[in-house]
Write a protein that binds this ligand. Structure first.
Ligand SMILES: C[S@@+](CC[C@H](N)C(=O)[O-])C[C@H]1O[C@@H](n2cnc3c(N)ncnc32)[C@H](O)[C@@H]1O
Length: 266
């Protein structure tokens, strides 16, 4: 059974991307035939790629994760970061979803290389297969380095100053997690780590289905500038992109010297 949580953050994001159709259409669209393309056991439960209404949908543990209907706030999340980072920038995208954010990053002239963090092998395989025509075969681009890994563990080990942008879209927001371990990313430890891994002019963006004032307060403790960007979705609450710049207590001096620690990205 697929869970559509009307009124929740996930339902709002679903409306924005067509994951949950607008109310009058809801039951009609749900009645349309859904074809399961593949069902696998993922790292955190069941993962399904399905097709409905001419679009692909990824469903994790019965909850919509992402689909190929909409893309506006995903694109803005990476272009807002790319616009502000020093070119040619080294960007991290976590996670991959249907590859729309990655495609937007590769289309941006300021992006030099992209590290894609995705923990689900099936999502990577789908992006190289059926989803490739929809995202321009983004994983096949020579600037992409793909890491089949959990972004939490990968970031914790990443060298200081090794990235110019970190774009996180692994949950429906810090208050609607796909798995409990992702909470680390939005807590002080994760924000401190992001600030350490970013270059002095680096940018962190976080996708959220709703405003999260407590996270904004925490981000201010680790970054000098924090912006909240509302992205209108036509109805309901806007999607939100949280954007933070100028890490406080950066591990990297502006001269470019790097504090001791790991020095290579795996
Ligand atoms: C909402 S989708 C990302 C959508 C993406 N921005 C796009 O444009 O298609 C979330 C993705 O993050 C992945 N994910 C969730 N938690 C993760 C983690 N801790 N590490 C790596 N990938 C993760 C999921 O498997 C999924 O592919």
């Amino acid at each position: 059974m697929i869970v559509h949580r009307q009124g929740s953050a996930a339902a709002k994001r679903g409306q924005a991307f067509g994951r949950v159709p607008p109310a009058p259409l809801y039951f009609a669209v749900m009645a349309q035939e859904t074809t399961v393309i593949e069902r696998v056991v993922g790292s955190c439960g069941e993962l399904v790629l399905q097709r409905r209404d001419g679009h692909y949908e990824i469903v994790a543990n019965g909850v919509f994760l992402m689909d190929t209907r909409g893309r506006r706030s995903e694109l803005l999340q990476v272009t807002a970061a790319a616009d502000r980072m020093p070119p040619p920038g080294r960007m991290l995208i976590g996670g991959l979803g249907v590859g729309f954010a990655l495609a937007a990053a590769l289309a941006h002239p300021g992006v030099g290389e992209v590290h894609v963090l995705e923990r689900e092998p099936a999502v990577l395989r789908w992006n190289r297969g059926r989803l490739a025509p929809l995202n321009g075969d983004a994983l096949g681009d020579g600037r992409v380095r793909t890491h089949e890994a959990d972004v939490v563990q990968w970031l914790a080990k990443a060298p200081a100053g090794s990235l110019d942008a970190i774009c996180l879209d692994v949950d429906n927001g810090p208050e609607w997690l796909v798995s409990p371990g992702n909470a680390w990313l939005y807590a002080h430890e994760g924000l401190r780590t992001a600030a350490r891994v970013l270059s002095p002019d680096g940018v962190l963006t976080i996708w959220s289905a709703a405003r999260t004032p407590a996270l904004v307060v925490r981000m201010h403790e680790h970054f000098t500038e924090v912006d909240v960007i509302d992205v209108s979705v036509g109805r309901g609450e806007p999607d939100v992109i949280l954007l933070a710049r100028v890490p406080r207590n950066s591990a990297v001096e502006r001269s470019g010297s790097i504090a001791p620690g790991p020095t290579q990205i795996d």
